[in-house]
Design a protein around this ligand. Structure first.
Ligand SMILES: NC(=O)c1ccc[n+]([C@@H]2O[C@H](COP(=O)([O-])OP(=O)(O)OC[C@H]3O[C@@H](n4cnc5c(N)ncnc54)[C@H](O)[C@@H]3O)[C@@H](O)[C@H]2O)c1
Length: 322
């Protein structure tokens, strides 16, 4: 396949690029480098720097690289607290960006899109999430992803295009080469934050609340290794290009771990201090993906478990020392 990966210089996109290259696909990356890094893009892919809100740049891209079978989208702004403070930026980048991308795809006769959505569309739902469950985002980030999902459904239906929407749960870990991984200035996700506490980049891990309705009182989440997630994109793109029907699929492990379980698993690697503090608003007690649909439709199953994910993030973070 000839694949255009928008946002392919970022954390998840760069892993998808790597998995596509491993499977011998032809990859073009389009990225404005706002939160991505040139050196995260495989040398075997072609990197074009630009913004998806620039339709001329997209038209030029589609003309320069004709015959693109499918577009994979990762080009979003993703920081929840920032989205609360700067919602217009999020609507511009995440919704308007995809509107322009779809417009350019349609004009250039590119028929297939894989879109990176999120468990945040389920909002404060608690328990095991199925794809047909109600969607009720509780912040602008989740709202922009849901609005974009809906736009993709309407636009692809109107213009004879096809889509696969993937809703990711908690992504962590790094490719085994340790050349790419999550390297943001302000990390907020539990596993990398706990690893930072382990390697001394921060003092301790804060655990928000231990009075939830779960076995040990801390929140339960579903974790997925970024390489498993990336590989699902190769399967998904192949499915769509081969005529699979448009649909929405959760990508998670089907398995919940509490924050305390994660902290204790991290402590198996060395000294890591944690402190339990007040609950944060908006944290559901339990959020787990049903991944039955991904298993049935794509024959996908995660290879890595929680210990592997933690070890992998640890190894990567040691290379950064931050
Ligand atoms: N990281 C997670 O845990 C997580 C969870 C659920 C969903 N997602 C989704 O996965 C996708 C990728 O997330 P990530 O963690 O890799 O983020 P990231 O910030 O590492 O990557 C985003 C990439 O897109 C690029 N980009 C952003 N806006 C752009 C634009 N307008 N034009 C061109 N390029 C642009 C950035 O430079 C960056 O390289 C996002 O759509 C996000 O909503 C991520």
């Amino acid at each position: 396949m000839k694949v255009l990966v928008v946002g392919g210089a970022g954390y998840i996109g760069s892993h998808a690029v790597l998995e596509l290259i491993k499977e011998k696909h032809d990859v073009i990356v389009f990225d404005n480098l706002s939160s991505g890094f040139k050196d995260m893009v495989s040398e075997q892919a072609t990197l074009v720097i630009g913004d998806i809100r620039d339709k001329n740049a997209l038209n030029t891209l589609f003309k320069t690289y004709p015959g693109i079978d499918i577009v994979m989208h990762f080009a979003a702004k993703i920081v929840v607290p920032e989205s609360v403070v700067e919602p217009l930026e999020y609507y511009s980048n995440n919704v308007e960006g995809v509107r322009i991308l779809l417009d350019a795809m349609q004009e250039n006769n590119v028929k297939n899109i894989v879109f990176s959505s999120t468990a945040a569309v389920y909002g404060e739902a608690s328990g095991v999430c199925f794809e047909d469950d109600a969607t009720k985002p509780i912040n602008p980030y989740g709202e922009t992803k849901l609005a974009t999902e809906n736009m993709i459904r309407w636009v692809t239906q109107a213009h004879g295009m096809n889509y696969l929407i993937f809703r990711y749960f908690n992504v962590a870990g790094a490719d085994s080469s340790l050349k790419i991984g999550l390297k943001k200035d302000q990390l907020t996700h539990l596993i990398p934050v706990a690893i930072q506490a382990l390697i001394g980049v921060r003092d301790k891990l804060m655990i928000y609340g231990n009075d939830y309705d779960t076995d040990d009182g801390t929140c339960v989440r579903d974790y997925i290794h970024v390489s498993d997630l990336a590989y699902a994109h190769v399967l998904g793109a192949t499915y769509l290009v081969n005529g699979g029907a448009s649909t929405t699929i959760n990508l998670g492990s089907n398995q919940g771990y509490s924050v305390l379980e994660v902290a204790k698993t991290v402590q198996q690697l060395g000294n890591m201090t944690y402190e339990i503090t007040e609950r944060r608003p908006g944290d559901p007690a339990k959020l787990i993906a049903s991944n039955e649909k991904a298993q049935t439709l794509l024959k996908w199953q995660p290879k890595y478990g929680l210990k592997d994910i933690i070890k992998s993030d640890f190894e990567f973070r040691k290379t950064l020392k931050k």
